[in-house]
Design a protein around this ligand. Structure first.
Ligand code: IPE
Length: 278
């Protein structure tokens, strides 16, 4: 389903959980990073922007503990874990929201679990109307990877990346910017193999070939690490939406990526000669 009816093509920004939280410390936000990113987003002044953030040491820790992604086993203790996972995401979301509002960004948080239901882990129904109206007004919808209800599994985890791709396709996004804790995509894990070459530009065809080689970087990630991230972003790239993966832990990279300025990162485009959407 497309035809967003928006006059301007929105930009969809994903702030990875590894950027806005301390990955190895359960339930610990990286407030310095959150505030810096809010400042960069404010300065970029993107006319239509959707921000989605990940779970990091909030969502993933909790989701793993209660095996939320695998679905509801009918146990009261797991159901409590489902609500706790959502609550952990709200706590993190509120920190991001506060930082954005402090920088005079009209951000409006909407819980994905309140308007999306999945089927076997894939988004099945979504109400776009509130988002469209917010975008039309110039507000910034703020969403996140969430514990959501599922027609088959009872509940599951919706990754921020699946949400990003789905929104970008629906609203015909100009570009997707994904902030992670690496400079972009490498054919080997830079955390294990020193500094392999960064893939600066990549077509869909090359990406498909590379996918098996791309190493996951998250030890505690219920949504599949880097490979899962790429797989989730694929539908948007296939639609021709340029997708830029940059290091969100380094100052100014997200700003430059949002502005369409030259920046260190991996730009994934459908085809070689794809036009630059600036
Ligand atoms: C995960 O979202 C959300 C939960 C675990 C509830 P993501 O999969 O998008 O999070 P990050 O960016 O990898 O941390």
């Amino acid at each position: 389903m497309k035809a967003s009816g928006l006059s301007i093509k929105p930009t969809v920004l994903k702030l990875g959980g590894s950027v806005i939280t301390h990955k190895d410390k359960p339930l610990t936000a990286n407030l310095t990073a959150i505030r810096r990113l809010a400042e960069e987003i404010a300065e970029a002044k993107i006319p239509q922007l959707i921000v989605v953030h990940g779970g990091g040491s909030f969502g993933h820790t909790m989701a793993k503990e209660y095996a939320i992604k695998e679905g509801f086993r009918g146990e009261a203790s797991q159901l409590l874990g489902f609500t706790k996972t959502h609550q952990a995401m709200i706590t993190l979301n509120n920190l991001v929201l506060e930082a954005l509002i402090q920088h005079n960004i009209s951000a409006m948080a909407i819980a994905p679990s309140s308007f999306i239901v999945s089927k076997s882990g894939r988004i099945a129904t979504m109400r776009y109307e509130p988002l469209k109206r917010l975008l039309d007004m110039g507000a910034v919808p703020l969403l996140y990877g969430d514990a959501i209800l599922d027609f088959d599994k009872g509940f599951t985890i919706l990754s921020g990346d699946q949400l990003v791709a789905s929104l970008a396709v629906h609203f015909g996004a100009k570009r997707i910017v994904v902030g992670i804790d690496e400079d972009g995509l490498f054919t080997a894990d830079p955390k294990e193999h020193g500094r392999p070459d960064l893939i600066r530009k990549c077509t869909l065809r090359r990406l498909r070939k590379l996918r098996r080689q791309i190493k996951g970087t998250n030890a505690c990630d219920v949504t599949g690490g880097m490979q899962g991230k790429i797989a989730e972003l694929m539908p948007a790239i296939e639609e021709g939406i340029p997708t830029l993966i940059v290091n969100g832990t380094i100052s100014r990279r997200i700003y430059k990526a949002l502005k369409g300025e030259k920046v260190t990162g991996t730009l994934i485009q459908k085809n070689e000669g794809a036009k630059r959407h600036h």
